[in-house]
Design a protein around this ligand. Structure first.
Ligand code: E4P
Length: 217
């Protein structure tokens, strides 16, 4: 399973990258806003740190404009994956940009049918948003499972990039289902290391060690 980090926070990306936790990065207009940085500048900096795919999202809504923006974003670095929304125009842009040999991440996917169209249009990645489905009382993880089954049924090569990951349970659910990639905020990736029994066990060992009066160094 590949880990992408869902942020444009460069120090946070660098910290996780140093630990070998980063196979790629995803950004979106909201994350660029949060970073307070210029999209071209911050994306270039991320690409200089991370070797894997770095998703940069177009903001136009007409196919021709998305294609122009996608080409500009792809010019930042060879590892850019152009992110386009799952609209009819986005699919047209996906077809053209993927036909030019560029990686395309089709985002804002909320149904199996949308995922089928993205695969047919040549997407490298499909991004189903599971947290946002949970937000409306649907079971986001079910969508990942359904897309996995359909893609396997027809041997579609598009990678399932589980997005809108909000909890550590989302990560394990996606891993069990067989998502190819998860993209999660740094806080969720770090929280995966936590377990109450680890903390409790460490506390006990620390207290018992102090009682021995010994030192290792
Ligand atoms: C990823 O590509 C998406 O931009 C992101 O996961 C959305 O997450 P959110 O629903 O928590 O904003």
């Amino acid at each position: 399973m590949k880990f992408f980090v869902d942020t444009a926070d460069v120090p946070a990306i660098a910290e996780l990258n140093d630990l070998g936790m980063v196979d790629g990065v995803t950004t979106n207009p909201s994350l660029i806003l949060k970073s307070g940085r210029d999209i071209l500048e911050v994306t270039r900096e991320i690409c200089s740190i991370v070797k894997g795919p770095v998703s940069a999202e177009v903001v136009a809504q007409k196919a021709d404009d998305m294609i122009a923006e996608g080409r500009k974003l792809a010019g930042i670095a060879p590892n850019i994956a152009v992110k386009v929304p799952l609209t009819w125009d986005g699919l047209k842009a996906c077809k053209v940009l993927s036909g030019e040999g560029r990686m395309v991440n089709v985002t804002l996917c909320f149904s199996v049918n949308q995922a089928i169209l993205a695969a047919k249009a040549g997407a490298s990645f499909i991004s189903p948003f599971i947290g946002r489905l949970d937000d409306i009382n649907m079971e986001g993880a079910d969508l990942i499972a359904d897309i996995r089954q359909v893609y396997d049924n027809y041997d579609f090569k598009t990678e399932i990039l589980a997005a809108s990951i909000r909890t550590v349970n989302h990560v394990s659910q996606c891993a069990l289902i067989g998502a190819d990639v998860i993209t999660a905020p740094p806080s969720v990736i770090k929280a995966m290391a936590s377990h109450v029994l680890t903390d409790k066990g460490l506390d006990q060992f620390t207290r018992d060690w102090a009682k021995t009066g010994q030192k290792i160094l």
